[in-house]
Design a protein around this ligand. Structure first.
Ligand code: 5GP
Ligand code: ZN
Length: 112
């Protein structure tokens, strides 16, 4: 838990937020500024700044982020197509330094 981290405060329910899904490892919330018809954030409960800061001992947690993406993707409308984006570093667009995956769907994104 990092008191100055907005995602830690959401995980801790200090900031009320609707959880789309939750398990022992992660939560899923709607992005406050969606860039697609469906834009979820999959956030591990452990504070890790980004992939640069992840360690081999986080392997299970990182796998759980992908499995949570698979779980919420089952609720998407057909054809259930989605992208998963991890921004790592400010120059790559990261603005919240608590690791998270953007699950975006419902809009066609060409290229990467
Ligand atoms: P990043 O830019 O770090 O990859 O993604 C951070 C995302 O968190 C942004 O898309 C931003 O809109 C979202 N965000 C920032 N603050 C909040 C918040 O308080 N609640 C929610 N639901 N999303 C937030
Ligand atoms: Zn955090």
């Amino acid at each position: 838990m990092n008191q100055s981290c907005i995602f830690c405060r959401i995980i801790n329910k200090e900031i009320p937020s609707k959880f789309i899904a939750e398990n022992e490892y992660c939560i899923v919330i709607n992005d406050i500024a969606p860039r697609a018809p469906i834009h979820y954030l999959i956030i591990p409960k452990k504070h890790i700044a980004n992939l640069h800061a992840a360690e081999p001992s986080d392997a299970q947690l990182l796998g759980q982020v992908l499995l949570m993406a698979q779980e919420v993707a089952q609720t998407l409308p057909e054809p259930k197509a989605f992208q998963l984006v991890f921004n790592n570093g400010q120059q790559a667009g990261q603005s919240v330094f608590h690791l998270h995956a953007h699950l975006i769907s419902g809009k066609f994104f060409s290229g990467l």
